[in-house]
Write a protein that binds this ligand. Structure first.
Ligand code: NAD
Length: 352
């Protein structure tokens, strides 16, 4: 029998499938807007410009300085560009960094957002904004932050490099795995988590050999939508706390850190949440920590924090920070056990 639950469903419009990029003009108009500021990173500037050309007079301009961790200084420049161009909505084309910039603008001026998601990070379906100022990353959750429209066009992911596809996919899987034992989980979030991980597991196995396989790319994006939706609706635990600490304090790259830490953080919780994690263990074919490690290795993911440049001498500080203001977690967060977990993640050892 299903226990009592509460489920706050995020509103939003999802357009999914190859070719959905063609809908951007109609979506701008549907929102009652007339001039969209297109956002991207410098790396995706050419794609953003191409989109602006296609949109013609509906494009107010391109701002292509989005950066990892959403620095407030960049947001303020983007706000100035938004006002100078007379924009009345934003179109974010890219991954979590670009989407974060759109959210940061919307949080300040409540502009409508259309997101064209091109990685698997999942930010496009969450009302969460992480931004950095003076080296400190803060997280805000607000209704204004949730994008109004999300377009998932898998043809835009065909050139996402394999290494990034793998780590970004594991980042998405991490949302779903932690969603399984979230205190505020519900039957729908758990269904989405299992289906999302199944889709990503199967898709990543193909993408490593055939990066331009449209069917696998479509499945991966479908899985990332589901996993992102889990992140957007239930609370995260130890794994996300560890990754925020490592990313924020030691400037480790986001997706790679998630990919490396996940088997270890989930192994830490495996006994305390054995019933909740059983569907994930079934998907990966064994006790979840080791099975996820083997899966990550099989798709060529990085396995050791030392390979990201973290020094062994920093592990004590990381453990101290990780146990400060811990998120709720199914197993008590104990400093010595966390230090041991970090050691294994640093070495790239297979979890017990
Ligand atoms: P990213 O957005 O930083 O992208 C990495 C690089 O890949 C960029 O240069 C980008 O332009 C490029 N790229 C993106 N899509 C591409 C494609 N299809 N083809 C070729 N290149 C492409 O990476 P990310 O992992 O998507 O995002 C990480 C950021 O997102 C972090 O700052 C993280 O904190 C944030 N995030 C936030 C949430 C949330 O809910 N608030 C959720 C997940 C991630």
């Amino acid at each position: 029998m299903t226990a009592n639950f509460r489920y706050d469903i995020n509103p939003g419009r999802i357009l999914f499938g190859p070719g959905t990029l063609d809908a951007v003009s109609d979506e701008i108009t549907r929102l009652g807007a007339k001039r969209a500021l297109i956002l991207s990173t410098a790396f995706q500037r050419a794609d953003a410009r191409k989109l602006a050309e296609r949109l013609g007079s509906l494009a107010a301009g391109v701002f292509s300085e989005a950066a990892m961790h959403t620095p407030v200084a960049v947001t303020l420049n983007a706000m100035a560009a938004f006002d100078a161009a007379g924009a009345d909505c934003v179109v974010a084309l890219g991954g979590g960094s670009t989407i974060g910039l759109g959210k940061a603008i919307a949080w300040r001026n409540d502009t409508p957002q259309i997101v064209i998601a091109t990685t698997y990070a999942g930010s496009e379906v969450t009302p969460i904004l992480g931004q950095t100022e003076d080296g400190i990353k803060t997280t805000i959750r607000d209704r204004k932050i949730l994008p109004e429209v999300v377009i998932y066009d898998p043809t835009l992911t065909l050139e996402l490099p394999v290494a990034m596809s793998v780590t970004s996919g594991l980042n998405a899987i991490a949302h779903a795995v932690e969603g399984m034992y979230a205190r505020d989980r519900n039957p729908v979030s758990s269904l989405m988590a299992v289906e999302g991980v199944r889709a990503l597991r199967d898709a990543l196995r193909v993408i490593v050999d055939e990066p331009a396989d449209l069917s696998a790319r479509t499945s991966a994006l479908y899985g990332s939508w589901l996993c992102g939706s889990v992140l957007g609706s239930v609370g995260m635990a130890l794994h996300h706390k560890l990754c925020h600490t490592l990313g924020g304090s030691f400037d480790l790259p986001h997706a790679e850190t998630h990919a490396i830490v996940l088997p270890h953080s989930v192994a830490y919780n495996a006994q305390a949440a054995s019933r909740e994690l059983q569907p994930m263990a079934d998907l990966f074919g064994g006790p979840i920590g080791g099975a996820l490690h083997d899966f990550a290795a099989s798709v060529g993911a990085p396995l050791a924090l030392r390979d990201l440049g973290l020094e062994e001498s920093q592990l004590d500080i990381a453990a101290d920070l990780a146990v400060k203001n811990p998120y709720w977690n199914p197993r008590p967060v104990e400093r010595d056990a966390i230090r041991a977990l970090l050691q294994r993640a640093w070495e790239g050892a297979r979890p017990e």
